[in-house]
Design a protein around this ligand. Structure first.
Ligand code: NAD
Length: 428
């Protein structure tokens, strides 16, 4: 695999297509055309945005929006503000969003956007001007039935609020007042059309997957199932909290400063308040461990929930967990994947295990469209069957084809998109 994320996404697709092709007997030609189309986004929009800086000077920032595929519904995906954003990254992320939405069965295709910018170097007013300029660039290319952006790295509910406002203003200028600006962006604050449960949705969705995985692997007593969670941000915290609340033993957690270990089990809520008081997790527990050590602990379930590429060919052989639930995006490199598969470590891949977030974003969109809002309980009750069904389908595919969890998930997802494109026809 190369360092070009889009080239990697294409290679994954080719691998999946090889296995899937037998399911399309008599339609091979159409199948091949569809796979060829899926190797490229439908549209890539790009523009240099010019904004006025606080010192009065003008500055340009490169912006992108990749719309990969909308056979199953509007393009959906976040907007990333980061200095390392690139065209190839945005194209790859939009491709993976197509698979993620297909895996959970939510009616969206894949999209992703980004701006090459280090937002820490902008004042709040500059950040707002840049966010509004991004919407000016995309006003005619997004919308509730076209493309529904959301937050991603370094973009927040506040930024989504500015974007909703700018989008509505731009529509009004064009006389398009019947559009629904709230349903055009998700990840909004609760007071501006956000959904209950969105904060915890990704971590909690992962725990719903955990419950099903543990049952399939034959663990009898959840109190004895040990878990290590790398990353104690939004995803890691909620995963650790819900897992412990349901009786699992979370024995290790970590953040960028390092990790802590307690064989008796860690209470995530207490750990978070102690971290806030003391400034670091390390001051709250007697046994401190390095982040690399956490990954190599002899636990039942390992949960990377921080960064990409943390399990690589240099450490994959040292992993002792029986199963890995990928909560971060891309925490395992392709080389490490092969090493872990050879060790028979069960894998639940990111596009499935962290899809609780986009699923509740979908619920937010549904609520915005209907103008009727659900309680926290209703949101969680609706999330659970979707996560469980997605897991069951992956497990069936894995068992039927004797393949690893990642391949099984991709096969389910790609098949859904191919089937939708076959039904639409017009392939030649
Ligand atoms: P976050 O910024 O809230 O938290 C990241 C955490 O990782 C922080 O606690 C940070 O200290 C820790 N960290 C950083 N470097 C580390 C290291 N070397 N070792 C251990 N911990 C380290 O981010 P988040 O929203 O929790 O996202 C985490 C991952 O999950 C990312 O890969 C993100 O793309 C993915 N993800 C998030 C969501 C979501 O809804 N937030 C949805 C899908 C996927």
């Amino acid at each position: 695999m190369s360092n070009n994320p889009h080239a990697n996404a294409i290679k994954q697709l080719e691998k999946v297509a090889k296995l899937l092709r037998v399911d399309y007997e008599g339609q091979e030609k159409a199948f091949d055309v569809i796979i060829k189309r899926l190797k490229k986004p439908d549209f890539v929009h790009q523009k240099k945005l010019t904004i006025k800086m606080d010192n009065g000077k003008k500055k340009q920032f490169q912006a992108y929006r990749s719309q990969h595929n909308n056979a199953r519904g509007p393009y959906k995906g976040g907007i990333r503000f980061h200095q390392d954003v690139s065209l190839e990254e945005v194209k790859a992320l939009s491709t993976w969003m197509t698979w993620k939405c297909a895996v959970t069965g939510i009616p969206y295709g894949g999209g992703k956007g980004g701006i090459i910018v280090d937002p820490r170097k902008l004042s709040k007013r500059e950040l707002e001007r840049l966010s509004r300029a991004y919407v000016d660039f995309l006003t005619t290319k997004i919308g509730p039935w076209v493309d529904v952006p959301a937050p991603d790295v370094n973009t927040t509910g506040e930024i989504m609020s500015w974007m909703v406002d700018q989008y509505q203003k731009n529509l009004a200028k064009k006389g398009l007042i019947q559009e629904n600006p709230l349903a055009t962006f998700t990840g909004k604050p609760l007071t501006l059309g956000g959904s209950e449960g969105r904060d915890e949705a990704t971590g909690l969705g992962g725990v719903m997957v955990l419950e099903k995985l543990v049952a399939k692997m034959g663990f009898k007593d959840k109190k004895k199932v040990t878990i290590a969670v790398q990353g104690f941000g939004n995803v890691g915290y909620w995963f650790a909290k819900h897992a412990a609340d349901r009786g699992y033993k979370v024995v290790a957690i970590s953040d960028s400063k390092g990790g802590v270990f307690d064989p008796k089990g860690i209470d995530a809520a207490k750990a978070l308040s102690c971290k806030k008081e003391q400034g670091s997790l390390g001051k709250c527990y007697t046994k401190n461990i390095a982040n690399e050590e956490l990954l190599e602990l002899n636990v039942d379930i390992l949960v990377p929930a921080a960064l990409e590429n943390v399990i690589h060919k240099g450490n994959a052989d040292k992993i002792k967990a029986k199963a890995i639930i990928e909560m971060a995006n891309g925490p395992i490199t392709p080389e490490a994947d092969e090493i872990l598969a050879a060790k028979n470590i069960v894998l639940v891949p990111d596009v499935l295990s962290n899809s609780g977030g986009v699923t509740v974003s979908y619920f937010e969109w549904v609520q915005n469209l209907q103008g009727y809002y659900w309680s926290h309980k209703e949101v969680i009750d609706k999330l659970q069957p979707l996560m469980e069904t997605a897991f069951a389908q992956m497990w069936n595919m894995k068992t039927k084809h004797k393949i690893d969890g990642r391949m099984a998930t991709y096969m389910t997802a790609v098949k859904r998109v191919v089937d939708a494109m076959m039904l639409r026809g017009g392939i030649n």
